[in-house]
Design a protein around this ligand. Sequence first.
Ligand SMILES: N[C@H](CCC[C@H](N)C(=O)O)C(=O)O
Length: 321
Amino acid sequence: MNQPRRGQGSMLNFTKMHGLGNDFMVVDAISQPFRLRPETIRELADRHFGIGFDQLLVVEPPGLPDVDFRYRIFNSDGSEVEQCGNGARCFARFVRDQRLTNKKVIRVQTAKGVIELRVGRGGMVTVDMGVPELNPPAIPFAADRRKDVYTVEVGGEIVELSAVSMGNPHGVLVVDDVDTAPVGELGPRLENHPRFPARANIGFLQIVDRTHARLRVFERGSGETMACGSGACAAVVAGCLRGLLDNRVDVELKGGHLVIEWQGEGSPVMMEGPTSSVFEGQLRLPGDQPPRRRRSTRQGDTRPGHQRQQNRHRQPVTSKP
Ligand SMILES: N[C@H](CCC[C@H](N)C(=O)O)C(=O)O
């Protein structure tokens, strides 16, 4: 890798991947130093001025015994989060493609626990997404007691939703037709609703029959995505709790299909789906000092060092030892 001149910042190797169109910048922070400020993540996530992605996924050395890697996830708004289902599948493919492991069963530490990834044939990966959390304080969701369906007042109307955590918080509404569901209007209002103190991913679930569902998700920190793996898991849990779905469901999202299995309370949610690796890239990052404000930014200069936003001096994200 050609070393930039001193003070010129460093080069960062990355891979662009997606799971059913939910797309990721994936970085190996084991073999190379990793240091990105939240505002730089936002710039890089921009689909016009940056690389463009829904989430940034970072591969780090494990922080726990009997775990193979640590898995950090950042939304396109720069927020670090606890879980990403589609990202977990791509993570498994990435660490094998990059020869960081040759295992087919990979244990990964996330911000909320350990998940197990099983690599199958043809880029298919099965993820044990863990046991869903339904107790309001642990989701977190403001409610005086746990229910399968809550009523929430939003924008002068009352909506019914289920609240589920897959490590990350989800609100799930059942709708007649996902194509006409008010995703753009209700999604952001519920994402930021005060009853979700950590914000939430908002799923709009259409029941086709007991083993088939359609789903759109307005994701926390990223907006509507082509697919949401943890959202599909939360949606099947919600549908099962309401008695609308069986234990194994084909979930159709905008970007394609996932198979979700849940044997009921106390058992883990299993997710199976595809992974795609699109291209490898190399990025010149600014030096440690926030780049000087440019008096006039040349149009079309998309190098991430030419931040278009006021650089707020915030702690950079670095790979933890
Ligand atoms: N936006 C989510 C993280 C990504 C989840 C999604 N991409 C998935 O596949 O699970 C959150 O803030 O919890």
